[in-house]
Design a protein around this ligand. Structure first.
Ligand SMILES: Cc1ncc(COP(=O)(O)O)c(C=O)c1O
Length: 350
């Protein structure tokens, strides 16, 4: 069996999740009558310290419904130039919502400096697209699972309030940040207007994310979900394992973080390979090879040996730990990396 480090999205539902799916009480969720979805939404809204929540099919749908609910056509979405929404969500907010992306330079640790965000908020003028919403991401995917501090999110919230703007937090992996720092989700969510939380990544639910926020915002996000074709009917069958993701799977994220450190320590010992960013806060290890060709060669050679990683481009590879990866898998992956990397370097010299 391959050691699959491409993403924590490859996690499989547990046997308890599959049983819960079979037993789930269901109803028509567009009529608000699915008791399992209603329970999930109430549970997650409470965890996030928000008035309401809505269950959506994916993180992408959660972010898109949120942006469409917050901003009007022609307004700007101020977001990080390394953010998932900007890179990997197919430009949905522009394509479907007429929103304009205003990317802000992101530091290695996933932070957009407050002054940079402030500079991106255009003043009111006939010829300028006005800001509609500010987005932050925590943990930060392309910045190696970096944790953004609650203090920084508080500063973003303060800036946004001063400009009368909402803040949306892409918290696809906010539970990882919470477990790593031993803090409740509210340490971050209390400073933002809305948050999107994925249950289908490290938490291993087969499907789904929740958007949480004030009730009027969530009602509008629910309407946007319907416009996007995401109004679901007897979807309690997927809400049931999502509830177990919250009760059974959160604490074990600490194992993923420990395993990521084992990978990181092994990777830093390979000549010419550097962690990028240098810190590993959670379950994502991003490392840089001396060049694009070397990264591709290593990725392919690892795949032939049954170790799968993903390629971020620009010579950067990503390895992610999750429920399907044991400590022994990490040690085995490091051994394979050392061997394959040594062979490739030998080949280069020869
Ligand atoms: C930070 C971040 N946000 C959003 C998403 C989108 O989630 P989904 O794949 O469920 O659409 C991902 C997916 O990996 C992600 O890493």
């Amino acid at each position: 069996m391959a050691i699959d480090l491409r993403s924590d999205t490859v996690t499989l539902p547990s046997p308890r999740m599959r049983e819960a799916m079979a037993r789930a009480e269901v109803g028509d969720d567009v009529f608000g009558e699915d008791p399992t979805i209603n329970a999930l939404e109430a549970l997650v809204a409470a965890r996030a310290g928000k008035e309401a929540a809505v269950f959506v099919a994916s993180g992408t749908m959660g972010n898109l419904s949120s942006l469409l609910a917050h901003a009007q056509r022609g307004q700007e979405v101020v977001l990080g130039d390394e953010s998932h929404i900007y890179h990997y969500e197919a430009g949905g907010a522009s394509a479907l919502g007429g929103l304009v992306f205003h990317p802000v330079a992101t530091r290695d640790d996933g932070v957009m400096p407050i002054e940079a965000i402030a500079a991106a908020l255009r003043p009111s003028a006939e010829w300028l697209a006005p800001p509609g919403v500010i987005c932050v991401e925590n943990t930060h995917n392309r910045c190696g699972g970096a944790i953004m501090t609650p203090e920084h999110v508080a500063a973003v919230g303060q800036l946004a309030r001063a400009h009368g703007l909402p803040v949306h937090l892409d918290g696809a992996r906010l539970f990882n940040a919470a477990v790593a720092l031993g803090l409740p989700l509210t340490a971050w969510t209390s400073h933002v207007t809305s948050v999107q939380l994925c249950l289908s990544k490290g938490l291993s639910a087969p499907v789904g994310s929740l958007i949480c926020g004030p009730a009027p915002f969530v009602n509008e996000a629910r309407r946007m979900r319907k416009i996007l074709g995401g109004g679901m009917r007897q979807a309690g069958v997927i809400a049931a394992p999502a509830i177990l993701a919250l009760t059974d799977m959160v604490a074990r994220l600490a194992d993923d973080h420990r395993h990521a450190r084992i990978l990181a320590d092994g990777i830093t010992s390979l000549p010419g390979v550097v962690l990028d960013p240098p810190e590993v806060d959670t379950n994502i290890v991003v490392f840089r090879m001396p060049g694009v060709a070397q990264a591709e060669a290593l990725e392919e050679a690892l795949e032939r040996e049954g170790v799968l990683v993903s390629n971020f481009g620009g010579g950067r590879l990503r390895a992610v730990t999750h429920d399907g990866i044991t400590e022994a898998d990490c040690r085995a992956a490091v051994e394979v990396m050392a061997r394959v990397h040594g062979l490739l370097r030998g080949g280069e010299r020869g």
